[in-house]
Design a binder for this molecule. Sequence first.
Ligand code: 13P
Length: 265
Amino acid sequence: MARQATSDRKPLISGNWKMHHNHFEAIQTVQKLAYALTADDYDEVDVSVHPPFTDLRSVQTVLQADDVPIALGAQNVHQEEKGAFTGEVAPGMLAKLDVTYVIVGHSERRELFGETDEIVNAKAIAVLKENMTPIVCCGETLEERQAGQAESKVAAQIAGSLANLTAEVVGELVIAYEPIWAIGTGETASSDDAQQMCAHIRSLVKDQWGDAAAAAVRIQYGGSVKPGNAPELMAQPDIDGALVGGASLDPDDFARIVNFRLYQA
Ligand code: 13P
């Protein structure tokens, strides 16, 4: 099935390396990835990699030295500009490293580090202030899905995490729908379920920020995306990209996901 884009939203395939790859491994991985991708691929798909903080400078150097159009991403940020926040990294520090996309509110940050929608919202605003693009994550637990609460959970996360943003800004965001039960489990949401939730998110954006924002916002699916399931997921009209964990650690697998279009019937 060919992808039926409802607008000119260019797909964004992002690799979230989580707490994997030291800076030597990061350099190797991004070099192999750059080797596997072609100019045609970058014409069709935006690609980002999100290494740990300690790798950012090394990866930036590799990408710039070889003029590789892979965007540099971060996995997290602190919401304040500077100050006594031991161990934290400020948005301006990421911007100085030419970071383009910053993941905010990943479920692991929400579940393991207690990030609330309010914090996620402050982080998104802080990222935007530095002219970077937040990838705002949302998604339900298995219990919430089984209790029929998946849509209301995501609606609350969207309302809270995107509070106080204008329609123009929301149209430029990336929202990642990552059902928590599908992350790192090998279980993927069916393409129908993933499409349904991404369509729900787009309708939430439409209700609160209007048609133009809804048509422009890019919505990624994340949760056990692999080379084998990426083509079908990416064929869904409201899925504009993928936020890939485990499979992004392997440059060949990740390149095949970026190349999903070559495997679509
Ligand atoms: P996996 O692809 O390993 O399931 O991880 C998804 C994710 O959390 C990406 O941010």
